[in-house]
Write a protein that binds this ligand. Structure first.
Ligand SMILES: Nc1nc2c(c(=O)[nH]1)N(C=O)[C@@H](CNc1ccc(C(=O)N[C@@H](CCC(=O)O)C(=O)O)cc1)CN2
Ligand SMILES: Nc1ncnc2c1ncn2[C@@H]1O[C@H](COP(=O)(O)OP(=O)(O)OP(=O)(O)O)[C@@H](O)[C@H]1O
Length: 211
């Protein structure tokens, strides 16, 4: 079942889709997280990426922690988003180590203590696995509304031949929408992966990755 976005504003879509993902119970969440790892962990995009950014789940988001642990086991370098104290609209990516102590940010999402030496510019990441509120099979993405990811990726608009990082959205199947209304600053995703599969479907067979 796919939700039709027709006639709905971004605000209304956010409310409906956040509600849908929050309604998933803890066993459904655990199963979705396991299936998500199954969808990605053997894929060349994941296997060949060395610098991978993920997130810690919030507000019913699909849980990428099994993938995060898999990446650490394989010796990859793992990054989490870190909100800047100033300007507050900026977000950077900072590497974390297994077992590192994390602290809640102003939204209650755990993040590492700021350390400039451990941050990597977004354009130098291999793979960015992004949280989202809604997606469409054409690469459209709807976020929480803060514009944090869009701003971090604005360099893509200026250099639209940039191949790094590969942008992949992670979501529950219930976050799929037929077609999202796009804004001028929206950066398209190369693919979205859910517990049920890849969108567009052909990406599941893709093997080339720039690094
Ligand atoms: N897991 C995760 N981490 C992330 C993001 C995300 O979407 N998911 N972000 C992606 O941008 C950034 C944080 N952005 C966020 C934006 C809004 C809210 C949020 O819960 N807003 C509440 C209002 C809370 C408040 O103002 O105190 C709400 O809208 O209900 C959370 C995170 C960085 N880290
Ligand atoms: N490149 C940018 N430069 C400046 N402002 C931006 C940029 N991208 C987005 N914004 C601002 O961020 C706000 C939120 O954008 P939008 O509703 O698209 O967020 P989102 O994609 O849902 O959130 P996120 O990117 O954090 O997941 C908008 O009001 C927009 O003005």
């Amino acid at each position: 079942m796919t939700l039709s976005a027709q006639g709905l504003s971004r605000r209304e879509l956010r409310r409906l889709l956040r509600q849908a993902r929050r309604q998933l119970g803890s066993s459904a969440q655990r199963q979705a997280a396991r299936k998500l790892r199954g969808q990605l962990s053997h894929h060349p995009l994941f296997r060949r990426a060395r610098h991978i950014a993920l997130y810690l789940p919030n507000d019913g988001e699909i849980d990428p922690r099994p993938l995060l642990e898999e990446a650490q086991r394989r010796g990859k370098i793992v990054y989490l988003p870190l909100l800047n104290a100033w300007p507050r609209t900026r977000m950077v990516f900072q590497r974390i180590e297994p077992g590192e102590k994390l602290y809640p940010n102003r939204f209650g999402i755990a993040e590492p203590r700021p350390s400039r030496a451990r941050q990597r510019p977004t354009w130098a990441l291999s793979l960015l696995l992004m949280p989202l509120v809604g997606f469409d099979p054409q690469g459209g993405r709807l976020g929480m509304g803060g514009g944090f990811y869009d701003r971090s990726l604005a360099f893509r608009q200026r250099r639209n031949n940039a191949t790094r990082p590969v942008l992949i959205g992670l979501a529950h199947e219930c976050q799929k929408v037929d077609q999202l209304p796009l804004e001028r600053w929206d950066v398209p995703l190369q693919a979205t992966v859910t517990d049920a599969g890849w969108y567009p479907e052909a990406q599941s067979r893709l093997s080339a990755v720039p690094d």
